[in-house]
Design a protein around this ligand. Structure first.
Ligand code: CTP
Length: 130
């Protein structure tokens, strides 16, 4: 039984989010997702996500490809989350390529290509202009 872990904000949920989660699940047998908390996003980007954390978590948890969800409260705790969840593989989109190689001593690290032409940031920009 291969346990996969991945992380993200999943704000304004879009097709790129769905595909990375489906492809992450295809890397193993059980998918655990760390949904970043509102506070963690605020600390990182100086703004809160559009969709509050409980709703983002509920959306991600309801997907067929997702087995378990928790809140990621701090970027500094990734190693701890990987160990606590007994993850065999960390999967991230390739916008993060190389940035999590430090965890290769505790699990496999895979970077999957992003779905082209869609992101939360670009969707927010489009909506602002309507
Ligand atoms: N992702 C993806 N393809 C996209 C957008 C995101 O595969 N087109 C992946 C990211 O690589 C990450 C996960 O989805 O592994 C969650 O990404 P997140 O940062 O929440 O979404 P973005 O759309 O990238 O958000 P932003 O524009 O705010 O950076």
């Amino acid at each position: 039984m291969k346990r996969i872990i991945t992380f993200g904000t999943f704000d304004v949920f879009h097709i790129g989010h769905l595909r990375i989660l489906q492809r992450s699940r295809d890397c193993g047998d059980y998918l655990i997702v760390g949904v970043s908390s509102d506070r963690m996003n605020f600390n990182k980007k100086d703004r809160y996500p559009v969709i509050p954390q409980n709703q983002r978590r509920e959306i991600v948890q309801s997907l067929k490809c997702v087995d378990e969800v928790f809140f990621e409260e701090s970027l500094d705790l990734k190693g701890q989350y990987i160990l606590e969840n007994k993850a065999d593989v960390l999967v991230m989109g390739d916008d993060w390529a190389g940035r999590f190689d430090e965890f290769k001593n505790i699990c496999d690290v895979i970077y999957l290509p992003r779905t082209p032409s869609v992101s939360t940031t670009s969707l927010i920009e489009i909506i602002k202009e309507i």
